[in-house]
Design a protein around this ligand. Structure first.
Ligand SMILES: [Zn+2]
Length: 215
């Protein structure tokens, strides 16, 4: 299954009229957050495949007259959900480490532990039914010590390290960490135990097969 993932910056290679020619063969789009909603809505409209997203710490906030924070139209909010898309077991956890009282989708380590705990019954059900817990965890923030940075905002979550050690998804796909033009390959993709940790920054195309099935 071909997965297009996006995060953090509007990528001119994606935000173009030739998107269907360039990425018309993708089966699924994942957003790891911090993107304007017009961009996600553009992608989902042009490609006609599902777009699963988690919000980042720069998610659009509600206007004073609005009741709730806006969400992108036509896209699926993956936060704290576990889904089975054509055999691919996928879950999401939005947000960054809490660093200010302004903004949304910011969590302390303890709050993120709670969010993870709420996924566990469904992961156990997957294990019983499908023989594995999960294929892909979509997050905004990285795990602690992997692709993260020392400042509070960009510190990764330790509970994500525990998650990949325990549930061993094929991929953890995150955003939040901006890359310069001179980054090393391991700043984008690194293997931790059985899990590839992918920093999407911009866009990436990844072939992911549900374990034990054909792509
Ligand atoms: Zn961010």
């Amino acid at each position: 299954m071909k997965v297009l993932s996006v995060s953090d910056v509007v990528d001119p290679l994606v935000y173009t009229k030739s998107l269907p020619e360039r990425f018309g063969d993708v089966d699924l789009v994942i957003s790891s957050g911090d993107l304007p909603y017009y961009y996600l809505e553009f992608i989902v409209t042009m490609l006609h495949v599902p777009l699963f997203f988690v919000r980042g710490n720069h998610a659009p906030m509600k206007k004073p007259w609005e009741r709730e924070h806006p969400l992108p139209q036509g896209c699926v909010n993956l936060d704290q959900r576990v889904l089975n898309y054509r055999g691919l077991l996928i879950a999401g956890l939005e947000g960054s480490m809490k660093y200010s009282d302004r903004g949304i989708a910011q969590y302390t380590e303890g709050e993120m532990r709670l969010k993870v705990a709420r996924l566990i019954p469904h992961l156990l059900w997957n294990k019983l039914r499908e023989g594995r817990y999960l294929d892909v965890l979509v997050t905004h923030a990285p795990p602690f010590g992997i692709h993260d940075k020392p400042d509070r905002c960009h510190t990764g979550f330790k509970v994500f390290n525990w998650f990949i050690e325990t549930f061993r998804p094929q991929y953890l796909i995150h955003g939040h960490v901006h890359l310069s033009g001179y980054h090393r390959p391991e700043d984008v993709l690194v293997k931790v135990g059985d899990t590839w940790v992918l920093n999407t920054y911009g866009h990436r195309v990844t072939e992911i097969s549900p374990k034990g099935r054909e792509a």
